[in-house]
Ligand binder design. Structure first.
Ligand code: SF4
Length: 75
């Protein structure tokens, strides 16, 4: 499994990650990114943390690399 963590304080709600990889990321009510419900493990004002299978690793990484403020970690 691959861990994906969105720092929601860093996120500027640009929408790029969830446009590139909607299988892993989605918009909340404010346009900030969070992990889609299916893979979500932990959610707070500060972080959205999930786990995805290997088949979604590239998608998750592409989304993370697209983030201009480096708010997403994939490990
Ligand atoms: S690409 Fe980064 S700043 Fe833009 S919505 Fe995603 S996490 Fe937020």
């Amino acid at each position: 499994m691959v861990k994906v963590k969105v720092d929601r304080e860093l996120c500027i709600a640009c929408g790029t990650c969830y446009s590139i990889c909607p299988d892993v990321y989605e918009s909340d009510d404010e346009g900030k990114s969070r992990i889609v419900a299916k893979y979500l493990k932990e959610q707070s004002d500060k972080y959205s943390i999930g786990e995805v299978g290997k088949e979604l690793e590239k998608c998750a990484r592409d989304g993370a690399e697209s983030c201009a403020v480096e708010a997403i970690e994939v490990t």
